[in-house]
Write a protein that binds this ligand. Structure first.
Ligand code: PEP
Ligand code: MG
Length: 580
């Protein structure tokens, strides 16, 4: 039995045999074919195109049903590329004039396309991954090398891979795929996001599991704690089976809380909101008992389209969310592109240090037409809606003022054009850098609300890359420096009479609920599946106890002391295995 640690990105336990999905790098030799074979090669190409298109249509349909239309858009882009006449012609010409096999022509032409994408503006350069995905699909259908099909399985399995493409993940058969292990890092990768959306227990950043596992090996995946156990013994299997059953029973037991308020035993009412990436998820937030959307990560609009989203795309997405939550609140965060979010790996000129580079509000301020397009859509969509606008990664006042000036400019434009918009939309900022936290007093005078982004706040305060599996053990919100910043941000917001929410992953972790309540946090925003547990925690404690816990924690000198103490305090409120 071997225990491997990774990063749990989608909670739950999976106990079953593994299938190993390899990197699927096809090696295509340049094999010449006699000129009179060209027709046969063209026919093979036509067949591969037809089969690939059919596969993608099925995949798009299934994804739309299971995750939502926006995510399915990834595959619509793949289909449109396959249907692209000029691409088809290039491949055909390569076959005829170069006297090469269809697979060689496909590989050469698509690699050329990939290079063209890489030379485009950053958000389009991202699409190169999709081009590789299509290349693999076509080659598979040409060479006849069937990969382990993840969409039609007849027994329960866990998928182990060095890395997975979004289409591999989205095509997974939810009925039989119980868990996912990915050696590559990155809790914010498309693949991790899709796995969460599908509700499959997932651990990423395990480094070397794929090389150690063979198809058929028994695995335990604990997506709550980020643990993978290879070849577990009977006692461990029994223990995890019990744990899995307890988790399921516990989750069902929370259904009854859905319509009850998130109120402490001594009568303090707390607001519980949901984080979403795609409009379709808004319904899940309400379904889980959330009171609105505390963070809508709009940068995910860039994931599902083949072109830069236009004003209409933005507007439609925002109106859809607003429609789904009716009069509940929606916090629309402006594009948080950059760093690990899509622009780097395929960027034309990758930044040397992207987390400290041109990301988020900086990226928007350097790409004004794109930024203004989004702001127009937000302002228009917010008419008669309980919506607000949130700027990410603000680090200095000038940046905030520039962003607000742009909002005013856009309002003037809309006014001149006679287009209806919401002039009094509340404007807030993410407090997710130490500079913003330390200067919260000045910022509080210029915004309507704060939203604390602990994912970035931890990474910038502790100098720990949030997506790097090698330093994952150092990434902790319990570090006294982080807690002091959080406490000060909340206090500052209170002093200025502005709302403060917390929307980083810390909000979803019940281990920290008591502490955050005690620090005065009144608005929590987290992934929809975490809402019921959070509500249970809040309804189980008193504010007096929470304040006492917070006072004690703030006296500790290390994250270990805090974590141990909180574990002891929380024990008995939620089952141990719910708390990672
Ligand atoms: C955060 O940084 O905590 C946050 C909520 O934003 P994101 O995870 O999208 O960077
Ligand atoms: Mg952030």
């Amino acid at each position: 039995m071997k225990i491997k640690k990774g990063i749990g990105v989608s909670p739950g336990v999976a106990i079953c045999q593994a299938v190993v999905v390899d990197a699927e790098e096809f090696d295509i030799p340049q094999r010449k074919v006699p000129a009179d074979h060209a027709q046969a090669e063209l026919a093979r190409l036509r067949k591969a195109l037809t089969v690939s298109k059919k596969e993608l249509q099925d995949l798009s349909k299934r994804t739309a049903e299971r995750i939502g239309r926006e995510t399915a858009g990834i595959f619509d882009f793949h289909i449109s590329l396959l249907e692209d006449r000029s691409l088809q012609k290039k491949v055909q010409d390569a076959i005829v004039t170069g006297s090469v096999t269809a697979e060689y022509a496909v590989a050469t032409v698509l690699r050329g396309y990939a290079r063209e994408f890489l030379a485009m503006p950053e958000h389009l350069a991202e699409r190169v991954k999709d081009v590789y995905d299509i290349e693999k699909r076509l080659l598979r259908n040409l060479i006849g090398q069937k990969r382990q099909s993840l969409s039609h399985l007849n027994q329960d399995v866990s998928v182990v891979a060095h890395d997975l493409t979004p289409s591999q993940t989205a095509s997974m058969d939810r009925k039989h795929i119980r868990g996912i292990v990915i050696d590559a890092g990155g809790a914010t990768s498309h693949t991790a996001i899709l796995a969460r959306a599908l509700g499959i227990p997932t651990v990423v950043g395990t480094n070397d599991v794929a090389a150690e596992v063979t198809a058929g090996d028994m695995l335990i995946i604990d997506g709550t704690r980020g643990t993978v156990i290879l070849d577990p013994d009977e006692a461990t299997i029994t223990q995890y089976k019990q744990m899995a059953q307890q988790q399921v029973d516990f989750i069902h037991s929370l259904d009854s809380l859905k319509d009850l308020p998130a109120i402490t035993q001594d009568g303090h009412e707390i607001t519980l909101l949901g984080n979403i990436e795609f409009p379709g998820e808004a319904a899940a937030v309400l379904d889980k008992g959330g009171q609105g959307i505390g963070l809508y990560r709009t940068e995910f609009l860039y994931l599902g389209t083949e072109r830069e989203p236009n004003e209409r795309d933005h507007y439609d997405a925002y109106r859809e969310v607003i429609r789904l939550v009716s009069d509940h609140q929606v916090v629309i965060r402006t594009l948080d592109l950059g760093a690990d979010k899509y622009t780097q790996s395929r960027a034309r000129v990758p930044e040397r240090n992207p987390f400290l580079g041109c990301r988020s509000i900086r990226f928007c301020l350097q790409n004004l037409p794109m930024f203004k397009t989004q702001i127009r859509a937000i302002l228009r969509a917010s008419v008669d809606a309980n919506a607000s606008m949130l700027f990410p990664l603000v680090t200095n006042l000038l940046e905030l003022r520039q962003a607000k000036t742009i909002v005013r400019d856009v309002m003037e434009d809309l006014e001149e054009e006679g287009i209806e918009f919401r002039p009094d939309i509340p404007i807030g900022m993410m407090v997710e850098t130490p500079s913003a936290a330390l200067q919260a007093d000045a910022f509080a005078k210029e915004v309507d609300f704060f939203s604390i982004g602990t994912n970035d706040l931890v990474q910038y305060t502790l100098a720990v890359d949030r997506g790097n599996e090698k330093v994952a053990s150092m990434f902790t919100v319990a570090h006294p420096a982080v807690l002091r910043l959080i406490k000060d941000i909340i206090r500052t917001g209170q002093r200025h009479g502005i709302s403060v929410s917390l929307c980083g992953e810390m909000a979803a972790d019940p281990l920290y609920t008591l502490l955050l309540l005690g620090l005065g946090l009144q608005v929590f925003s987290c992934a929809p599946p975490a809402i019921p547990e959070l509500k249970k925690m809040i309804r189980s404690v008193t504010m007096a106890h929470a304040r006492q816990v917070a006072r004690r924690v703030m006296s500790f000198q290390s994250d270990k002391e805090t974590v141990n103490y909180l574990h002891a305090e929380v024990r008995g409120i939620l089952p141990d295995d719910i708390i990672g």
